[in-house]
Design a protein around this ligand. Structure first.
Ligand code: ADP
Ligand code: MG
Length: 697
């Protein structure tokens, strides 16, 4: 490798302390925004641009369009109408007048605006009381003489607390001085870039910090300029390579292939009261084929709520057990884990299989015994929560780890499992009911193979969804009274943005009491996250057994709760929840034969986006369509959760805007991993901060 490469990289990694004027205090402020190296500043791109390369005649100004004008001060008015006010009228050779309006100003500023002074102003004009005006424009008083116009568009950087825009610009200017030459900086193949018509990295960075006057400003503002696309592409590529590399590393460790003996599976199927759907059959076959390979399976199974993922998981587990090995199933909450445990016991114990329950609340002697069974291999299928992955749980011979409802789990939890296998990494099956749009799945889960159970079992009645203003609460309560009198059961879900169990529990408690007052004839229960597991369990069982008419709950019931007779659901504050979550909640009804409905209760007035979201839910029951819409409306960060994927941490790329780049990204990732793995590593290092971040995750 040429030595110049190293110099380039050293520059990129150089601390900001090497810039002049950067002391510890400033460094700290920059670090608070994640800016630590020269490269961080190169990639701290403007959020918009101001065109000061031309002057516009005041007469030609248009409301809403930013422009630069130059004129003479005609009149100055200082007043106090409710609050301090400074109005400065300027005019130019076009004989039109523009008003500059200030609400905050110093005495010194007032003095500057002497009548007759020449002033150059940049801002966005709006219609005012007398013609156009600009509120708080940026401006400069011009002394006599020549004042050349800007030669490039002015970058407007995302603000950094405690660092003024002028200092930030200077710093970035300094950092750019130390941008290595073209070949040193470039990591993507030159020929490929030429073929794609994309600029070099150096050219792209320089252009974005100081676009020439003839640059396509609209494209720049929308993030669609070739220079921006070039950077987004490299960033997406780095992310893709990082995940793929991680997957390769895991697969290199190898796993013991299962024989794929299907006798137990067949016995289970013969006992089930239903036939598998085509989709279940197809996905099971994919899983079985994966398990027959001598490298760890890494498969994500997506399936809408109620699509029947659990039985597929059970079938996969049976393939492990048939070889005399163990399988584990983990769920994000105890409630869900317990329900899985009950279902699996009902299916598998008749086959003579020992299902072991292991969760955080299993303590003392019971825990000791469970752990001993897991370690000796007496326990064949182990069901529980995260606790399964904690220290101290030794498996005898774990062949397959199944993780349900992946969106609650982080990548690191997935990785932690690798240590649990004996004689190789366990195979991993991840199941999620939050379908991920295709584009997102390709980026977020490049380390997993993805299958979809895209068909619901027959006989389900679609849920009718309506949106209702909170002002009609009384009417709704009356409807519930009537429905329950007819023998139907209902959920009332209290949601809050607040993640704290405590506050959610309080809200649910309040609603519970209010509903008890309003509906004295109904048997009402309450579940929330602050209750003891036994208490929650008892209430759920009572509801399931028909001893309660109405269940007031927090979103603890979001996943997995299965009460077929419940056919009505009310979701409070629906406008504040994500579509995926609402869809998930709604999946709790419509599980039986009765026609079901879901009422999305919202606080009016409803914003436009919120209305669109509720409309989407009213119009479709298809989890995949909903996920696509959610992605469009809210972006990937919200959808996936920031911590898990780092996707929301993209500096430049935007998965919605740049989705069309993904095919190129994937093709290039293939080529690089095959032909230039060392280059691939350097691309990952540049954007993701090295292997460290993944390894430590
Ligand atoms: P999810 O995919 O949401 O986890 P479950 O696995 O909990 O769905 O299945 C929902 C319900 O549908 C369960 O009661 C399950 O026994 C039942 N079920 C699963 N597969 C089928 C099928 N092919 N036909 C009928 N019912 C099924
Ligand atoms: Mg499930």
């Amino acid at each position: 490798m040429p030595a110049a490469r190293f110099i380039g990289d050293l520059n990129a990694e150089a601390s900001l302390a090497t810039l002049s004027g950067v002391g510890p205090a400033l460094r700290e402020k920059l670090a608070a925004r994640g800016l630590a190296t020269l490269q961080d500043l190169w990639l701290h791109l403007p959020r918009s641009y101001e065109d000061r390369t031309t002057l516009t005649a005041i007469r030609d100004l248009r409301p809403g369009e930013p422009a630069q004008v130059e004129g003479q001060v005609e009149a100055v008015e200082r007043g106090f109408r409710y609050r301090p006010l400074l109005r400065v009228a300027i005019s130019d050779a076009s004989r039109a007048t523009l008003v500059l309006r200030f609400f905050h100003f110093r005495a010194q500023q007032v003095a500057q605006f002497a009548v007759g002074a020449r002033v150059r102003v940049f801002g966005t004009p709006r219609p005012g009381q007398q013609g156009l005006e600009i509120v708080h424009p940026s401006y400069r008083i011009l002394a006599a003489g020549e004042h050349p116009l800007g030669e490039a568009l002015d970058p407007v950087y995302p603000a950094i607390e405690g660092v003024g825009p002028a200092s930030l610009r200077k710093l970035i200017g300094q950092a750019l001085q130390r941008l290595p030459d073209e070949t040193t900086l470039e990591l993507l193949p030159q020929a490929w870039l030429r073929q794609q018509g994309l600029p070099s990295l150096r050219a792209a960075i320089l252009l974005l910090h100081a676009p020439p006057p003839d640059a396509d400003v609209a494209a720049l503002q929308n993030g669609l300029h070739p220079a921006q696309r070039r950077l987004a592409l490299e960033e997406l590529l780095a992310h893709q390579l990082g995940l793929r590399r991680q997957r390769l590393a895991l697969q290199a460790e190898g796993a013991r292939a299962l024989r794929g003996d299907e006798r137990l599976v067949e016995t289970l199927l013969a006992q089930l009261p239903f036939q598998l759907t085509g989709a279940q059959r197809r996905v099971y076959a994919q899983v079985r084929d994966d398990l027959r390979q001598p490298r760890p399976m890494l498969r994500l199974v997506q399936g809408d709520v109620g699509s029947g993922k659990t039985v597929v998981a059970a079938m996969a587990a049976l393939l492990a057990l048939a070889d005399g090995r163990q399988a584990a199933l983990m769920a994000p909450t105890e409630l869900l884990a317990e329900q899985h445990c009950n279902n699996l016991r009902a299916w598998l114990e008749p086959l003579g299989i020992r299902v072991c329950w292991l969760a955080g609340k299993v303590t003392g002697k019971a825990r000791k015994q469970a752990l001993a069974e897991v370690a000796s291999g007496a326990a064949q299928l182990i069901v529980g929560t995260h606790a399964l992955m904690q220290e101290g749980v030794e498996f005898h011979d774990l062949a397959l780890a199944i993780v349900d409802e992946q969106h609650r789990f982080g990548v690191h939890q997935r990785l932690a499992l690798r240590d649990k296998g004996r004689g190789g990494v366990p195979h991993q099956l991840v199941m999620t009911a939050t379908p991920i749009p295709r584009t997102l799945a390709m980026s977020a889960y490049a380390d997993l193979d993805v299958s979809a159970i895209d068909e619901l079992p027959p006989g389900r009645t679609p849920v009718t969804t309506v949106a209702l203003s909170d002002q009609r609460r009384a009417e709704l309560i009356e409807r519930i009274r009537i429905a329950c009198a007819e023998g139907r059961q209902a959920y009332w879900v209290c949601t809050l943005i607040d993640d704290s169990d405590e506050i959610q529990a309080q809200a649910a408690q309040t609603t519970f009491e209010a509903l008890q007052d309003a509906l004295p004839a109904l048997r009402i229960g309450l579940v929330h996250g602050r209750q003891k597991a036994t208490e929650k369990q008892a209430t759920m069982l009572a509801f399931k057994g028909g001893e309660l008419d109405l269940l007031v709950a927090t979103t603890v019931i979001e996943v997995g709760v299965d009460v077929p007779n419940a056919s009505l659901m009310v979701i409070e504050n629906a406008e504040r929840l994500g579509l995926a979550q609402l869809h998930q909640l709604r999946g709790r009804v419509g599980r039986g034969r009765a026609a079901s409905s879901c009422v999305l209760l919202y606080q009016s007035p409803l914003g436009q986006i919120a209305r669109q979201r509720l409309d989407t839910l009213r119009q479709t029951n298809d989890g995949f369509a909903i996920a696509e819409k959610d992605l469009q409306l809210r972006g990937p960060g919200e959808l996936l959760g920031t911590r898990q994927t780092g996707l929301a941490g993209f500096r430049i790329a935007d998965l919605v805007r740049d989705a069309d780049l993904l095919p190129q990204v994937h093709a290039l990732a293939d080529t690089l991993l095959r032909d230039a793995p060392e280059l691939a590593d350097r691309i990952v290092d540049r954007w993701i901060g090295g292997a460290a971040r993944y390894a430590a995750a």
